[in-house]
Design a protein around this ligand. Structure first.
Ligand SMILES: [Zn+2]
Length: 194
């Protein structure tokens, strides 16, 4: 259970005195803590917060809204993320609406450093560079945004070798490409910077 000073019990609900008596800031903090426990549907080791898709937790009339930005337009994981948020909040007795905000578009720059470490430990090479200024990010995500630069070096998440090559531009999902390490011979996913 989350221990955030709200002393929520399973019976805690917006109409219950515990939740209703909590300050707005305490309620907001409670929702953020619950969000930290929700995993990315595609990469269970990182949370939605780590991934950087949660933009805002905001008050809406007498309830709350969680604003998320998809990792790319048409991302099949988006509805799963929204369902997971609504269901986790419902379990905690909080009716929360999920809103989608497309601009500014999410980029891998929004991933936390913690997320990158977790990806690596999970066997996925994290994005190895920043995508640049937010102004370069349009509301449309291009799958082939930038060709891999010749000097782009992707480190093997298993042995740390930089003797790797891209064997397929699309890996297990569209946001990853498949690499192979020439030293340990292991194939691995690379989360492309975009
Ligand atoms: Zn290797």
């Amino acid at each position: 259970m989350v221990n955030d000073g709200l002393a929520c019990t399973p019976a805690c609900s917006p109409s219950g005195s515990t939740w209703a008596d909590a300050s707005e800031e305490a309620q907001r903090a409670h929702i953020w803590r619950l969000l930290e426990q929700i995993s990315d549907p595609e990469i269970p080791v990182i949370s939605l917060i780590d991934l950087g898709v949660v933009r805002q937790v905001r008050r809406s009339d007498r309830s709350w809204e969680v604003v998320i930005t998809p990792t790319y337009s048409g991302c099949p994981a988006l509805s799963q993320m929204a369902d997971d948020i609504v269901s986790a909040m419902a379990t905690a007795g909080l009716p929360v609406r999920v809103c989608t905000q497309l601009a500014p578009a999410w980029s891998t720059d929004w991933m936390t450093e913690v997320a990158k470490d977790k990806l690596k430990a999970y066997g996925i090479a994290p994005p190895n560079r920043k995508c640049g200024a937010a102004s370069e990010q349009t509301s449309v995500i291009h799958f082939m945004r930038k060709p891999l630069q010749a000097e782009e070096i992707v480190e093997c998440p298993r042995c740390g070798s930089t003797h790797t090559f891209e064997s397929s531009h699309f890996g297990s999902t569209a946001c990853k490409s498949l690499y192979k390490c020439l030293d340990c011979q292991e194939p691995f996913d690379y989360f492309k910077p975009y």
